[in-house]
Design a protein around this ligand. Sequence first.
Ligand code: 5HM
Length: 332
Amino acid sequence: MKVVAATLDDLLHEVFRRLLATGRPVVASRGPNLEKTGALLELINPRARMSRTESRCLLFSALGELLWYLSGSNDLAFIKYYIPDYPEDGPGISTVRAAYGPRFEEKIDWVIDALRAKPNSRRIVIPIYEPIDCNLDHAEVPCTCTLQFLLHDDRLELLAHMRSNDAFKGLPGDIFSFTMIQELVGRALGVEIGRYKHFVGSLHLYDEDQQKARNFIDEGWQSKASMPLMPLGDQRPNLGQLLILEEGIRNGLNPETPTALPDYWKNLAYLLKIYRADRDKAPAQRVRTLRAKMSNLVFAPYIDKRQRSAEKRDAELPRPTPTQLFTNPTNE
Ligand code: 5HM
């Protein structure tokens, strides 16, 4: 099966429709599902990587997972902060054996250097799945096999190969993370991004998600906004700053966002702070203050949901004091 779409929502819509209509019923270790093998999914505009629908509006978990990868971490608590039901390797094990972060370590630097040295190379591949994963006793093994970067006509394509992909729960976050990495590399090379191609061995929709997939199709969507353009040039120093901020925010330190950080990265830091405020059940005013600092309205639908629940809480619950919420309550 091949699906070509302009935006993530268009792509998900068609993938769900086809899996529901003609997916083959199979039973896997993780439950019954409808499956298509050898699927090629192409995203024409990789910046349209956020679902605008109410049901798949997963920006915060996708951003958290991306930063978990890029930090090089294999810490379970880190990813559980963003994805509470992230699978565990076993009782008392605080690391994730199959985490992508350590497998990415320094490889993105290598990709940038290699493409600078040999722009027409077909060898620029990051292996995520490794020989050590060929063992049926592992609780988890990576679903991503490789990421291949190809530079043609000053456009950077990324081709991901997945051995297995859960179309409802896994696919949206995987596309978000990998297209962000595509753009990070492209900006460092000073080129535009081309298509994102996602090839999947087993693409499946678990029976438990089929009704949700039908609801997604029925929901429809209005806007087709893309994420803003990442600033041109090497963004690794700015990413490094965001990773430091992320750690502080996750640990409840409420670090100050450096004024010199470009707006693109500041906005991502404010999103992380809004996520923190939501987890802390902070008053709606906190969300409103952070939202007012953001220079791009494209994230508004994702914040609305958090703001609405904060407003609902405000109406129902006694408020915690600012000192209960933050180690440093004077920061933004
Ligand atoms: O039996 P298997 O190892 O393929 O089960 C892992 C499940 O997590 C599958 O449904 C797979 O498609 C999903 N998954 C995903 O969709 C897992 C990861 C983590 O590597 C991922 N996307 N990135």
